[in-house]
Design a protein around this ligand. Sequence first.
Ligand SMILES: [Mg+2]
Length: 257
Amino acid sequence: MSFLENKPSYQREEWINASDFKVVRVDELQQRVVDRAKNTPLPVAIFDLDSTLYQVEDRNLAILKAWAHQNHSSPWSKAVKDLKTHHVGYSIEDTLKSIGVPSSEKSLYLEIKDFWRERFFTNEWLSHDQPYPCASSFVSELHKVGIALLYLTGRDEPGMGEQTRKSLQRDGFPFEGDSVFYGLKPKKELDDLEHKKIFLEQFGRTMNVIVSFENEPRNVALIQHYFPEAVHVFLKTKMSQRPAPVVKDVYLLENFE
Ligand SMILES: [Mg+2]
């Protein structure tokens, strides 16, 4: 992928350290975005969903506990049943490591991963997600001043579209109307980064994107590549191990409170 080529890439903490973020308070950031919107016709804000506006820990926990209930005889069943929110990492591997499952337990990792994969990307389990505190009021404030919203997410429309809209409505986010756009994957198998790239190529070029919010390093770099003049915000919540090119002039936000 062209924007990834020939650039030094880093993982997780190394990426954060190399990227030299600007730390900002949420009220300052909001004011900056609102000021930009005043000078832009039809301004658009891009929001990722998982681990940006929504915490996915409860969805992960519910699935893992369902596995434990169906697998009483596993020596790890009790430990998985006792999992707490703070144990939940970006991946199943991160989460199981946090409760001491050794990496030599390969078949257990595969079994739980398969069980998780069949459920995690479905409307049924998506309803467990809760928004981060103050996320919906932050998004609503931007929408109220005339900023259109694009929810650009790795969730797929066939498996997750219905509950995505229901949850946004349930949790007080703007979720319908002419100034709310959805960028869900047309099919689950499409890679998240590839999906966002294709979507931005097809539709993003026509949008006056003024700000973006993302938790995944490669996606931050991708969106900044397409909209170098916009404000970009990295949410320091959960992130994958996929290496990403260093970014500059990006804001770091811990939460929306
Ligand atoms: Mg995300």
